[in-house]
Design a protein around this ligand. Structure first.
Ligand SMILES: Nc1ncnc2c1ncn2[C@@H]1O[C@H](COP(=O)(O)OP(=O)(O)OP(=O)(O)O)[C@@H](O)[C@H]1O
Length: 878
């Protein structure tokens, strides 16, 4: 016994409140048939012939039912319009479709076979049969395919009712336009904004519905044609009372985000701005003046749209495409503007929801699928939230629109402030049951959304902004001297811009330029200020350095001048103090000659009368007299150093006889005492002026150095035992200086420590100290006593050295030269004193006698002469 099959179950969704006639094709509104339309109709004919077998069977369409449809549509004006378009099955699938599943079969067996799932259907999947049929003008029946039945006893047919219109597969593009778009265009031209959104799964024919093909144009081309046809007819060949603009952009996936891309320009980085109204900054709006140009513009934009091939659609849209047609009044009349324009017609072609197993997308395609599905879901949530809000007014409107760019852009529509129309595209195949069922279940409640309080005031604000944007774009074009192709194609005076808007736009541009220029000027000012400050600082530093250098040079010049002055003063003082020093070279040579002659005579006597003290005594007397007679001319005294080196030292080297010593004590010491007295005056005078003192110290130092040099030589010669001649020389040299005591001590110190410097403090301390003289003299006496006990060998060696010194005195030695020059005064005096017959006679006596007595007599004469002559010399000098 076979079990009886379960009765079919029908579920009604959105049942109409009253019975309505089934949907009837609007034959009256159908335009002239084209080739593509005929092809579409031919393709849809088999499907249309297959009426849904699920109860209730659709009634036969009649003209009366069409009228009823119109009346019902008018009664639902305040509701959200939802149209359902059933796409015809493709050719192969159409062939596989069984008529039993499409048409009511009176045969119960055949009906039973139709309920049983067949292997072919299971294996064929989507293309095995049709799951969706139009059951009326506003309802469809969705049958669960056999392959998807879980419980055969449960109902497997769903009736979705309440659509504004169900457009069967055989409906042409013109039918769709007439049924769906005509009301929107009329409202748009009447000044009301409207939105048409095409929804549905991938491959359901949304793009085909919206754009169509060149041979079978869709809603957009037909809308443009109608707009300009009506405008031309209403204007009657006169100037148009308004103009239109068109913008076209897409929202596409970018990584994990989304962005807006202008399809009519290459502008990048479009920004969605939402304040009082929603606008897209940077979006290009092209003024359109005729349908042909507008259609070509749309076609051009479609070429830029992102598409890709998937398993479900060979040319699947990967973005949400939005076209906006804006009506702008020509007259700037606020009232007419509000009445006539203030309208924006928006058409959105959404990318269809995709299933991964159907599309086979991977990688970036899969990311696009996620983006598309997410946007579709958010869009549906917004509508659902609006419906819930309308059902329960206390329930706040959920702001799902924030979750995607599309819903943010369409916020006014999704929050019920503007009218919106939905067209659901579905595929009727069994394999598309899931997508179709999902869409119908999702969109069925939207039919209950009402527009109770439309806010058209926002249209005015939006329109003003749009007008300003359009004018701005036109001005930019004018500045670039580029005329848009759309405008130049038909006429030149298609757009007239309000003067005040143009002026304000120009002012805004000038303000921006002014701000930019002022900012650049400020930057340059700051830069130059900084450079000027740095340069000024460098200049000041250079000037200060130059000033310091100049001051240094001036100081140096002053020092040079002072030094010159001091030198001149020194010279003048030297001339004043030592006037004899300026004698002629002849005198100098004479002096040298005389001194040499005198000393050579002494040396000759020394040679002939070795051991005699006469010659030494003569020399000592000469020195003593010179010192005695020249008390104020210390310079001249000091100049006797070489002479004493040559002669006196030689003479003193023979003071080994007690008689000689007593003679020296008798004659030399008084002379030295007198010299001490005279030199003490010099030391006192040396304290008078610092400059003079320093100069004198300088000159003395120089002399001391020279003397030290000589003393060093002597010390090297007599380093073992300084002879009396050295002591005498030192004494004489010291006497010749300006600081006699100092020089005396210094010379003593030189012999003890030649390198010990001479200090002025010593001069000050001892310059006028009379106590030093006995001490020094005592030292001299002791040294003389020591030198007296020299051995005979030493005396012979000293004699040899004296001969050498005599030879050196005749050579052009520097020291000899200097000393010979300074010997001039005494030498001159001696020359004069020794001139005459005495010397000649003495010489003759020496030549003739050659004995010791003759030499002794000559010495006696010389001594007598020296003793007797000083008075005459002093008288002559004075
Ligand atoms: N009513 C129709 N008559 C004839 N062909 C149609 C119809 N609807 C769609 N098609 C064809 O189906 C294919 C897919 O259509 P379409 O690209 O418009 O789908 P879609 O919904 O836009 O898909 P997607 O969301 O992936 O972009 C196209 O080749 C189109 O020509």
């Amino acid at each position: 016994m076979a079990a009886s099959p379960a009765p079919p179950t029908t579920v009604r969704r959105n049942p109409p409140r009253r019975a309505r006639p089934p949907p009837t094709p609007l034959r009256s509104a159908k335009p002239k048939p084209t080739v593509s339309t005929l092809l579409d109709e031919a393709a849809a004919a088999p499907a249309a012939a297959d009426a849904p077998s699920i109860s209730p069977p659709p009634p036969t369409p009649t003209p009366a039912s069409a009228a009823a449809l119109s009346s019902s549509s008018s009664s639902q004006d305040e509701r959200l319009k939802v149209y359902l378009r059933i796409r015809p099955l493709p050719g192969p699938e159409r062939q596989r479709c069984k008529p039993s599943s499409r048409l009511p079969n009176p045969n119960p067996k055949a009906k039973e076979q139709a309920r049983k799932p067949s292997k072919q259907q299971d294996g064929a999947g989507a293309g095995a049969g049709v799951c969706l049929v139009a059951t009326g003008a506003n309802s469809v029946a969705l049958t669960v395919p056999q392959s998807k039945l879980v419980d055969l006893k449960r109902g497997r047919t769903e009736v979705f009712d309440g659509f504004s219109a169900v457009l069967p597969p055989e409906s042409s593009q013109h039918d769709i336009f007439t049924e769906v778009m005509n009301p929107l265009v009329d409202e748009f031209l009447g000044g009301k904004s409207g939105l048409l959104v095409a929804m549905g799964p991938t491959g359901s024919g949304k793009t085909h519905t919206v754009f169509g093909t060149p041979r079978n144009p869709g809603i957009v081309p037909l809308t443009l044609q109608k707009i300009f046809n009506i405008t031309d007819e209403s204007d009657g060949g006169n100037q148009p009372t308004r103009f239109f603009s068109l913008s076209m952009f897409e929202i596409l996936c970018e990584g994990k985000g989304e962005r807006i891309l202008d399809l009519l320009s290459d502008a990048a980085d479009l920004v969605l701005q939402q304040s009082t109204s929603t606008t897209i900054k940077g979006l290009k709006e092209v003024a359109i003046s005729n349908s042909m140009d507008a259609e070509s513009l749309v076609s051009h934009g479609m070429l830029k749209r992102s598409t890709a091939a998937t398993n479900a659609n060979s040319e699947s849209s990967r973005s949400q495409c939005i076209i906006t047609i804006r009506a702008i009044p020509k007259n700037n009349d606020l009232q007419s503007e509000h009445q006539i324009s203030g309208s924006v017609l928006t058409i959105a072609d959404l990318a269809g929801a995709e299933r991964k197993k159907c599309t086979g997308n991977k990688g970036s395609r899969l990311l696009e699928s996620n983006f598309i599905n997410n946007t579709s879901m958010v869009f549906g949530l917004c509508l659902r939230a609006l419906l819930d809000h309308q059902k329960k007014q206390k329930k706040t409107l959920e702001k799902h629109f924030k979750n995607s760019l599309l819903t943010r852009y369409l916020r006014d529509y999704l929050e019920g402030r503007k009218r919106m129309t939905l067209i659901l595209n579905v595929k009727p195949g069994d394999g598309d049951y899931s997508d179709t069922s999902f869409l119908l279940r999702q969109a069925s409640p939207y039919m209950k959304i009402r527009y109770t309080s439309l806010d058209d005031s926002s249209d005015l604000v939006t329109q003003k902004r749009s007008n300003a944007s359009l004018i701005c774009q036109e001005n930019r074009k004018k500045r670039k001297v580029h005329k848009p192709e759309v405008l130049t194609a038909k006429g030149k005076d298609t757009i007239d811009k309000p003067d005040d808007i143009e002026v304000s736009e120009r002012d805004a541009f000038l303000n921006l330029e002014l701000q930019r220029v002022s900012r650049s000027e400020q930057i340059m000012k700051n830069l130059f200020r900084t450079l000027w400050a740095v340069s000024k600082q460098k200049l000041l530093e250079s000037e200060s350095a130059a000033k310091r250098t100049r001051e240094l040079l001036i100081d140096k010049d002053i020092q040079i001048i002072e030094l010159k002055k001091e030198l001149n003063d020194l010279k003048s003082r030297s001339h004043e103090k030592f006037p004899i020093a300026a004698d002629t070279p002849v005198e100098r040579s004479d002096a040298v000659t005389v001194s040499q002659a005198a000393l050579s005579s002494v040396s000759q006597s020394d040679q002939t009368e070795r051991g005699s003290s006469d010659a030494a005594l003569d020399a000592v007397h000469i020195v003593a007299q010179v010192v005695d007679k020249e008390p104020g001319s210390s310079g001249s005294c000091s100049e006797q150093i070489p002479a004493h080196d040559a002669g006196v030292a030689h003479a003193t080297s023979h003071l080994d006889h007690p008689s000689d010593r007593s003679f020296a004590e008798l004659h030399i010491l008084p002379c030295m005492k007198s010299e001490q007295a005279s030199l003490s005056q010099f030391s006192v005078c040396g304290k008078k002026a610092p400059v003079e003192q320093s100069e004198e110290a300088l000159s003395n130092n120089i002399k001391v150095e020279d003397i030290q040099h000589n003393a060093d030589i002597e010390a090297m010669k007599h380093h073992d035992c300084p002879s009396f001649s050295q002591q005498a020389i030192s004494a004489v040299v010291d006497v010749s200086s300006n600081q006699p005591f100092l020089e005396l001590q210094g010379m003593g110190a030189v012999q003890q420590n030649p390198e010990e410097p001479v200090c002025e403090s010593d001069l000050n301390d001892h310059g006028d100290s009379g106590d030093m003289l006995p001490h020094v003299l005592n030292e001299r006496e002791s040294q003389m006593e020591a030198s007296v006990v020299l051995s005979k060998d030493d005396r012979e060696a000293e004699g040899v050295r004296d001969k050498k010194e005599d030879l050196c005195a005749s050579r052009p030695c520097k020291t000899k030269k200097t000393t010979s020059r300074r010997l001039r005064p005494v030498a001159g005096m001696m020359l004069k004193e020794f001139s005459g017959t005495e010397l000649d006679a003495a010489a003759d006596t020496k030549k003739q006698g050659g004995g010791g007595e003759a030499g002794a007599g000559r010495s006696d004469k010389l001594i007598r002469l020296l003793k007797s002559r000083p008075e005459s010399i002093m008288n002559r000098r004075s």
